[in-house]
Design a protein around this ligand. Structure first.
Ligand code: SAH
Ligand code: SF4
Length: 365
């Protein structure tokens, strides 16, 4: 018997039901298959003891669970961040991060192996583009984190934490950010299908308002998101507030210029009636001056926007240092003068290089 070629995690619920109906499954068993996996977290046919053997045999022959094996795993010293290097079937590796801030658990997942956008300070950009992830590979990352939370995947540090806090386990994944490796809007269809699967109300059911997709500013993708009314949050990585300054950090700004990007963002906000989060990596002496902050203020003034300031995580291929606390505060104050709310993202997990692409290309220290 040849190995099944279809991956369970590639299928929407409707696709699974259609497939199972072609196999002659009664509807009730087909629907149960979905709940076994996305409600009960099963990840092998052998776990589905209640599925009659004749149906299980058929499903097993056609459909496989392409889980992602952990190639490496790092836990931050503060205990809030866990970073997994996960192996794909072709032995390439991607990063998935579990972040636990103020009681909320968020999975940060990847959309590509490497990235074609080449942002100069980004470890993934420095790697170049290898390939897109499939829908199943994106879904499997979220299911990996969900399995860690449910306690079904071995995780020594979590077990230790549980000893002091017995209720820490058996929670489900509720928050998702597409801020790992890769540019999600460069892999639009696979990413959107994965989000649909993870949002499915009879499955993991992650609420749209708890999902954030971050883009470097792929204009056609932003317009498509607005037109398709996708109900999740959008973050746009800005880093420079004039065309010349942005181009130096974000080379694809040449292809998708700042003026046109702002038009697309305003279109998105008007159509969705939803704010955009702008991300700004704070790099000492490069884009963190008072003048830089005023430029952001002038650019975004009047928009339904929030700015997330992220002090740089140093990477091997870029000569730059993170902005200090005082300069970040000053930057925030200037934005506030323009009526722009902002946050400085806490640099949790910095000791495990929990920045984009940084475990896959670990910097020798
Ligand atoms: N490709 C998408 C999403 C992945 S990167 C994007 O660029 O938006 C997620 C965020 O991490 C982006 O805002 C990116 O600019 C930021 N980032 C990448 N490398 C970083 C680093 N070394 N230090 C701080 N932020 C970084
Ligand atoms: Fe790609 Fe985002 Fe890194 Fe830029 S910051 S290279 S778009 S992953």
């Amino acid at each position: 018997m040849s190995a099944p070629s279809l991956n369970f995690y590639d299928l929407t619920r409707d696709e699974l039901l259609a497939l199972a109906s072609r196999w002659g499954f009664p509807g009730v068993h087909a629907a149960r298959l979905w709940s076994y996996v996305y409600l009960e977290g099963m990840e092998a046919w052998t776990e589905m003891a209640e599925l009659p053997a004749r149906y299980r045999g058929k499903a097993e022959a056609e459909l496989a669970f392409h889980r992602l094996d952990t190639a490496d795993e790092k836990h931050s010293s503060d205990g809030f961040t866990r970073k997994y290097l996960l192996a794909l079937a072709d032995h390439r590796q991607i990063e998935t991060v579990l972040m636990r801030y103020t009681g909320r658990v968020t999975a940060c997942i990847s959309s590509q192996v490497g990235c074609a956008m080449g942002c100069v300070f980004c470890a993934t950009g420095q790697m170049g583009f290898m390939r897109h992830l499939t829908t199943g590979e994106i879904v499997a990352q979220a299911m990996h984190i969900d399995a860690v939370l449910r306690g079904t995947h071995a995780d020594a540090a979590l077990a230790q934490a549980d000893a002091s806090s017995p209720h820490a386990r058996h929670e489900r994944l509720r928050n998702l950010v597409l801020m790992g490796m890769g540019e999600p809007l460069h892999n639009y269809d696979s990413v959107m299908k994965a989000i649909d699967i993870l949002r499915d109300p009879s499955g993991l059911s992650i609420a749209g308002k708890r999902i954030t997709l971050s883009t470097v500013g792929v204009i056609p993708g932003i317009i498509r998101l607005a037109d398709e009314s996708r109900p999740f949050h959008l973050a746009v990585s800005l880093h420079g507030a004039t065309q010349a300054e942005r181009e130096m950090l974000v080379p694809v700004a040449k292809k998708w210029p700042l003026d046109a990007l702002m038009d697309a963002c305003r279109y998105y906000i008007a159509k969705q009636q939803r704010r955009i989060f702008y991300e700004w990596t704070l790099i000492e002496g490069k884009n963190d001056s008072a003048e830089n902050a005023h430029a952001v203020g002038r650019l975004l003034q009047g928009q339904l926007a929030q700015v997330n300031l992220i002090p740089l995580n140093p990477t091997a291929g870029f000569d730059g240092e993170p902005t200090g606390r005082d300069a970040a505060k000053r930057f925030q104050q200037i934005l506030a003068d323009y009526g722009l709310p902002s946050t400085v993202r806490q640099r949790r997990g910095i000791d495990i290089a929990a920045g984009c692409g940084q475990l896959a290309v670990a910097k020798p220290r």
